[in-house]
Design a protein around this ligand. Structure first.
Ligand code: SF4
Length: 464
């Protein structure tokens, strides 16, 4: 398997890549297959079951809404975020859904969209099953999908076939581990971003890659701007949004930076809070590499763009390519799914990716970049997933701010050394995988452990 940087960073909607983006893609894929088989006109009922983690935190993460949007034919990248509440209200009020916008069918939410937290499919905790029926109850189609993190989905067939081997792309500079990546850099005397770019050029032109990465950067900037301009409380936990107020403080007291050199940290915190607050309310974000951890790479990129002398678009592209190379290692050798390995897979991976990207654009050697990625992950090992109320708000939003600062510190620590270090990135990735396997499921996106249990919520959870 070779995950593209354009898959790791993709434009979608909040609040969760595995629980919102993945289910939306799966529902749309299912219903498109029904249409391809010529069965859309015969379909009178569609039933969806969400298992395991999707069943446990699906409402808080908007999985139910995402499935309905997917059945309507919407996609995470293109859906009009502002129109979503009206689209969903229309389905619920009329008890009718227009599948792919072409075929009106009756929709009974209680029976047609079931969340089953106690049932689980074998391959992954985020399982989904879809059925399409004709008039007399005849089954027209049935399919199982898994949302494996970062918005990626696999079908039951792909899971059984080990599709990772099926879709091998021949790269000129192949790597499956950090060690191999360093070897490719050593053989060519080139940085990690160059190796990644040359491999990406097998499937896309250099111009397309650059344009797409800069578009991703634009969406990140727009997301920060929106987050800085919107106050109020977030639905569900009724937690106050902080980014807008913090932005006001920082921009009206710019002179504070003259007496407090750590003001830069306030700005980094701001960027992360802004993105994750937007994510929590279902706004447009860049999955990086998941939505729960969507604030870290943009926050560190903003730090680079706004505070590092000489920052430019070339640096942005190199940052994202390097971060993508590290993200690939986590996705292919461990997991970026909180439901599979806990928050270390989401926030930990994003922290490591951001540290690597920053270390490279600050002039780090490949060894220093690998060291930065390793430091950032090493100190996220064991991080559990325990979202209060099953919502991507607490601890997720603040956790992104903390991890952004950690990523910058990891890059700085690595750049002060010569690249030699005791624990390798490969060892840390392996440790993350093993730790995640040993972690009890209550700490893996089920909202059944940690803060999700010790902090009671007064209000009934409502969808983001
Ligand atoms: S705690 Fe971490 S893994 Fe869990 S939902 Fe929040 S950001 Fe995602």
């Amino acid at each position: 398997m070779s995950t593209s940087v354009l898959d790791l960073f993709n434009i979608g909607i909040g609040p969760s890549s595995s629980h919102t983006v993945g289910p939306m893609r799966a529902a749309r894929d299912f219903i498109e297959n029904v249409e391809k088989a010529g069965n859309l006109p015969k379909t009178v009922r569609v039933v969806t079951k969400l298992y395991g983690s999707l069943g446990a935190t699906g409402r808080g993460h908007g999985s139910d809404t995402a499935v309905l949007l997917g059945l309507l034919g919407a996609c995470p990248r293109g859906v009009d975020v502002e129109a979503i509440p009206d689209m969903i209200a229309d389905i619920r009020v009329r008890k009718n859904i227009s599948i792919l916008g072409k075929q009106d069918i009756h929709f009974e939410e209680e029976t047609d969209l079931q969340l089953l937290p106690r049932e689980r499919l074998d391959f992954h905790p985020n399982g989904m099953e879809f059925w399409a029926y004709a008039e007399c109850g005849e089954e027209l189609a049935r399919a199982i999908y898994y949302s494996i993190g970062g918005g990626f989905i696999v079908t039951e067939h792909e899971a059984e076939m080990d599709h990772f081997e099926e879709e091998v792309v021949k790269h000129p500079y192949p790597f499956t581990s950090a060690q191999e990546l360093l070897e490719r850099c050593g053989e060519t005397d080139r940085p990690i971003s160059w190796v990644m770019l040359e491999n990406e050029k097998v499937t896309h032109s250099e111009e397309h890659i650059r344009t797409s990465l800069l578009e991703i950067w634009e969406v990140m900037k727009e997301c920060v701007q929106r987050g800085c301009s919107r106050g109020g409380v977030m639905p569900g936990l009724k937690v106050k949004r902080r980014a807008a107020e913090l932005y006001k403080q920082l921009s009206t007291k710019a002179e504070a930076a003259l007496t407090d050199p750590l003001t830069i940290l306030d700005w980094v915190n701001l960027y992360a809070l802004a993105v994750n607050e937007e994510n929590a309310v279902g706004g447009r974000v860049v999955t990086a590499p998941t939505n729960g951890a969507a604030g870290i790479v943009p926050a560190v990129l903003h730090y680079y763009a706004n505070f590092v002398p000489g920052a430019n678009d070339d640096g942005i592209v190199r940052f994202l390519l390097t971060a993508g190379a590290v993200g690939r290692l986590f996705k292919e050798n461990a997991s970026i799914s909180g439901a599979e390995v806990g928050c270390q897979g989401e926030v930990g991976s994003a922290c490591s990716m951001a540290a690597a990207g920053l270390a490279e654009v600050l002039g780090g050697t490949p060894e220093q970049v690998e060291n930065a990625a390793e430091i950032a992950m090493e100190h996220n090992l064991g991080l559990t997933c325990d979202p209060i109320g099953g919502l991507v708000q607490v601890p997720c939003i603040e956790r992104n701010a903390m991890a952004s600062i950690k990523a910058i510190n990891a890059a700085r620590l690595a750049l002060k050394g010569d690249g030699e270090h005791f624990v390798t990135l490969d060892k840390v990735i392996r440790t993350m995988r093993i730790t995640g396997r040993d972690m009890q499921s209550k700490y893996k996106e089920t909202a059944e452990g940690g803060l999700a249990v010790t902090v009671p919520i007064a209000a009934t959870v409502v969808d983001c």
